[in-house]
Structure formats: structure tokens, C-alpha cells
Design a protein around this ligand. Structure first.
Ligand code: ATP
Length: 354
């Protein structure tokens, strides 16, 4: 089922009359069967967006469509959604079986079919042998699986997950990430996954929406967003270690780094913000004309790669290069990056220019 948000806006007005634009004119189309990660810093409007899709919050303006069906004014229980929250919200006094069965109790599903569906969902999420246990007898990851089975048992049109992994320890998070991806693929259900963890979103999403102050910054596949950020915010938000940024001039068409002509760009002369990811640097070939010589401040060996620290235009820069391309006693090195891995941003708007 395709999920479409059209100019979706939510404004909260507090008692003193000041407005918060929690979600600001958000328009995106989520293709049927895809998993979309909603990502951004705390307070950017992720949960508000999810709650509006669920029908738990009324939009100030804008529309929500499931396929051709305008659900904007529809009650949550009529939308056909499955919801999973970070605290799972399982019923502690009920067995796993009853927890998963619960959403079917008031539906017109024949008893045999309901039982079969509970078993099918329990098997799908890998807890088929634990149906008689109570939630307290399960690990965090198992409880999470029950919550997902319960959300899926009604065969919802859309699955909504609000930070579903944030109560799990690091190892379980990794495991459940893969599980959620697998379950989503097997069921083919259109899914929206809220997280503030960029690595989690990148690893699980078919596409991601990055929000900042309620405004969509970019909507794209993770790898595209990483390699072709639409603006400085997205460039900085994704990546660990983070992208390096520095101010630089374009003079006579050349990007000027450390008073050297580094590379020619088809951008008008002026002062810009430049972004370069640590792992996109390479030690330049001897005969390369597009390189910059830097004084190495520090060298760290980090497994397969070597991290070097140096300055570009007075900014501290980190680069990850091949271990055998620098020696411990090197004082200088000549570096380069592929042209399409050097990002040039407008200093005022942060928008990418090249
Ligand atoms: P987090 O990652 O911290 O959960 P989030 O991205 O999910 O954050 P939201 O919870 O959607 O962010 O909040 C977006 C903005 O709306 C924030 O500035 C928040 O303070 C505000 N907000 C959310 N709910 C309300 C409310 N009921 N009344 C007033 N303001 C609210």
C-alpha cells in the first residue's frame, strides 16, 4: 500500500500562545512495500509525523493517503495500521499467545483463522515456541518480537515503528535490526521506522527522510543521501567519524586550499562551505595535478585504515587513508579526493551547489 503525505503540518500552541511548528509542510510518497526511516535530531518532529499517520494526532493542515484512500479524518482503529512503540506495551498478565491474539478479539475473524494467524505471526518473528510464557519471562528482544507479531496479526496496511530498538542493548539492537528488515521483506508491508540513530536508519531503510525543525531536508536512499547530501545539515548528520567542513574560496574557478589551487569547479567565484568525508581522501598519485600538500599533525592506526590529522584553511581535518600509504615518520603527505566527493555548500542557506 502506497503511503502519501501531502503538505502535512502540525503546529502546537502552548499556553503562552507561542507556536511550535513540529511538522512543517511535509510532502512525501512512500512506495508500496518499502521501509522508510524517519530520521533527525531530538525534537525534529519524527514522532509527531508518525502519530499523525497513526491518527493519534490531528494534523493542523495537510492530508494523509493510504493508496487512494484519504485517511486524514479517519479514526486510528479504522486506518489499518500496526503500531510498535519503544516500550512494547505488552499486557503483563497475558501470555504471549493472548497478547498476539488480542487485536483479533473484536474482529470478525473466524476462530480457526485467528489461531492460525497468531501461530503464523509468532513463527514469522521467531517466538513460536514461547506462546505460553508471560512477557516477564522473555528477554527484551523477545518482547519486541511479540510486539511486532501483535502489530502484524491484523494484517495492517501500514506498519509504524517508533524507536522500537532503543530499549535494547547494543548487540540485540543489531540483531533486531536485521530481524525487522527480514520481517518487513517477508510481509512486504509498507513500513515507517522512526529513529534518531543514523547508523540504524542507514542499515535498515530503503529510503530515509531527514527532518530538522519539522522540515524535510532530504528524502532518498541511504547511500544516495550519504554520497549526495542535499545540504550541509544532512552532510553533517550522516557519517561517523563526521564529515570535515571548512571555509574556502573559489578563485578564477579554482578551489583554493592552503593557498594552493586544488581543483577546478564550474562554480562562480566566492566564499563557500566545503565538506569532505574522512574516508573519501586518498593519497595522491605522484603525477596528479589535483592534490593538496598538508603537514601531518598526528597519525593513528585504526585497524585497516590510518587516520591522519592536519589543517586545511586553518580547520582541523581528519582523513582515513590506506595504512600502507603513509609511514609513521612522514611529515607531509599529498592528498586528493574525487571531484564528486567534494561538496560545495552555500554559506548562508547550506544548500549544496556542486
Ligand atoms: P525525540 O527524538 O526527542 O522523540 P521527535 O523528533 O520525535 O523527538 P517530536 O516529539 O515530534 O520530536 O516533537 C517535535 C516538536 O514538537 C518538539 O519541539 C516538541 O517539543 C514539540 N511537541 C511535541 N508534542 C507536543 C505537544 N503535545 N505540545 C506541545 N509541543 C509538542
Amino acid at each position: 500500500m502506497e503511503l502519501r503525505l501531502e503538505n502535512l503540518t502540525k503546529i502546537f500552541t502552548n499556553k503562552t500562545g507561542t507556536d511550535t511548528r513540529a511538522v512543517d509542510d511535509l510532502s512525501i510518497t512512500i512506495e508500496s512495500g518499502t521501509l522508510v526511516g524517519l530520521l533527525g535530531p531530538s525534537g525534529c518532529g519524527k514522532s509527531t509525523t508518525l502519530f499523525m499517520i497513526a491518527g493519534l494526532l490531528k494534523p493542523t493542515s495537510g492530508k494523509i493517503f493510504f493508496g487512494d484512500d484519504d485517511v486524514t479524518k479517519l479514526a486510528p482503529e479504522k486506518r489499518g495500521i500496526g503500531l510498535v512503540f519503544q516500550n512494547y506495551a505488552l499486557y503483563p498478565h497475558m501470555t504471549v499467545y493472548k497478547n498476539i491474539m488480542f487485536p483479533l478479539e473484536n474482529m470478525d475473524v473466524p476462530r480457526d483463522e485467528a489461531i492460525a494467524r497468531v501461530k503464523e505471526m509468532a513463527n514469522l518473528v521467531g517466538i513460536g515456541t514461547m506462546l505460553d510464557r508471560k512477557p516477564a519471562q522473555l528477554s527484551g528482544g523477545q518482547q519486541q518480537r511479540v510486539a511486532i507479531a501483535r502489530a502484524l496479526v491484523k494484517k495492517p496496511r501500514v506498519l509504524l515503528l517508533d524507536e522500537p530498538l532503543s530499549n535494547l542493548d547494543a548487540r540485540l539492537r543489531l540483531q533486531m535490526r536485521e530481524e525487522i528488515k527480514r520481517i518487513q521483506r517477508e510481509t512486504g508491508i509498507t513500513t515507517v521506522f522512526v529513529t534518531h540513530d543514523q547508523e540504524e536508519a542507514m542499515s535498515i531503510s530503503d529510503k530515509m527522510v531527514v527532518l530538522n525543525f519539522g522540515v524535510e531536508q532530504q528524502y532518498a536512499a541511504p547511500q544516495i543521501m550519504y554520497n549526495e547530501p542535499a545540504n550541509l545539515f544532512v552532510a553533517k548528520f550522516l557519517g561517523n567519524p563526521p564529515i570535515n567542513t571548512l571555509e574556502a574560496d573559489i578563485k578564477n574557478g579554482y578551489l583554493m586550499i592552503n593557498d594552493q589551487k586544488f581543483m577546478k569547479f564550474n562554480v562562480k567565484d566566492g566564499s563557500y562551505m566545503i565538506g569532505m568525508r574522512p574516508e573519501h581522501f586518498r593519497v595522491a598519485e605522484k603525477n596528479s595535478e589535483e592534490k593538496v600538500k598538508v603537514d601531518i599533525k598526528e597519525i593513528f592506526h585504526v585497524g585497516r585504515d590510518t587516520m591522519i590529522h592536519f589543517e586545511l584553511n586553518g580547520q582541523n581535518i581528519r582523513a582515513l587513508v590506506d595504512s600502507d600509504s603513509v609511514e609513521d615518520n612522514d611529515n607531509t603527505v599529498e592528498l586528493t579526493l574525487r571531484r564528486n566527493r567534494i561538496y560545495i555548500f552555500d554559506k548562508d542557506t547550506g544548500k549544496v551547489i556542486d
